[in-house]
Design a protein around this ligand. Structure first.
Ligand SMILES: Nc1nc(=O)c2c([nH]1)NC[C@@H]1CN(c3ccc(C(=O)N[C@@H](CCC(=O)O)C(=O)O)cc3)CN21
Ligand SMILES: CC(C)C(=O)C(=O)O
Ligand SMILES: [Mg+2]
Length: 264
């Protein structure tokens, strides 16, 4: 696959072609995911839960994110690497700039930050300095203690309206994409229509421009609680390579997610 850039992603949106995203935390999975033609690899802070066995993403440190980003960069065969900025690593503009620099130097092509319109100054600052940014809204796992659990967000009209306005403000500030986690499908659709930048969804319905899943979840390796938005692609005797390719194809064809993976 040719090297995927943020231009590739916005061209996908403009042409109405869906793209796919999967997490990877090491070189082996990075090679597997990128060689299957998955456009974006997310080095997610979910690694705190799936690699470290913690019960939230909060314990993950910058040093750990840098290490896993280096591992993923080593195995990558042309996907765009997005790396999560961990909990409280972007509390101030200065801290956010310094830590984004460390992830970009470790091999990321884009950083992802969780929040709403409070992120606008950081997004502007990073955009000016050539750092692509994804803004993650809806269920933001770093705020799980404030949210009171991993719950669907934006169900009431006021919250839904605010999320649309925050998404527009972030895109105008220079965010290169938006990620929506666990929101009603109608809100996923409205935000995708309201912004010019690509919208990646997880539990946000089938109308977003792209989909993301934790790679272990879609390979059926999650032995714990399985969120509603997860689909196991390790069926029909597929190899992991074939399961990942099938995920990419189902996203492209608009077959995944279907109504059983959506929230209303
Ligand atoms: N393995 C794994 N997969 C993930 O998708 C994931 C992680 N870990 N760790 C970080 C966050 C946490 N995530 C989660 C975890 C649980 C739910 C969940 O159980 N949601 C309920 C919604 C309940 C409701 O409000 O209706 C569900 O039934 O899916 C959602 C997102 C997503 N991320
Ligand atoms: C679940 C996705 C969106 C994420 O942020 C992660 O894997 O950390
Ligand atoms: Mg994350």
């Amino acid at each position: 696959m040719n090297n995927v850039s943020i231009r590739t992603l916005s061209e996908c949106k403009n042409k109405g072609e869906k793209f796919s995203v999967l997490t990877a935390y090491d070189a082996t999975f990075s090679q597997l995911v990128s060689s299957a033609g998955i456009e974006v690899i997310l080095v997610g802070d979910s690694l705190g839960m799936v690699c470290q066995g913690k019960d939230s993403t909060l314990p993950v440190t910058m040093a750990e994110m840098e290490y896993h980003t280096r591992c993923v960069a080593q195995g990558n065969e042309g996907s765009l690497i997005m790396a999560d900025m961990p909990f409280m690593s972007y509390s101030t503009l200065e801290q956010g700039q310094a830590n984004a620099a460390l992830l970009m130097q470790a091999g990321a092509n884009m950083v992802k930050v969780e929040g709403d319109d409070w992120l606008v100054p950081l997004v502007e600052c990073l955009a000016r300095q050539g750092v692509p940014v994804c803004a993650h809204l809806g269920l933001t796992p770093q705020a799980v203690n404030k949210l009171g659990g991993y719950r669907v967000q934006g169900r009431d009209d006021a919250k839904a309206h605010a999320m649309i306005e925050h998404s527009k403000a972030l895109a105008e500030a220079g965010a290169d994409c938006i990620l929506l986690e666990c929101v009603p499908s109608s809100l996923g659709k409205a935000i995708t229509a309201a912004v010019d930048v690509p919208v990646i969804g997880i539990g946000a319905g089938s109308d977003t421009d792209a989909q993301v899943l934790v790679v272990y979840d879609m390979l059926g390796l999650n032995a714990g609680h399985i969120p509603k938005f997860v689909k196991n692609f390790m069926i029909d005797g597929r190899t992991p390579q074939q399961a990942i390719a099938a995920y990419g194809e189902e996203v492209k064809a608009g077959k995944f997610p279907s109504s059983e993976h959506e929230f209303s």
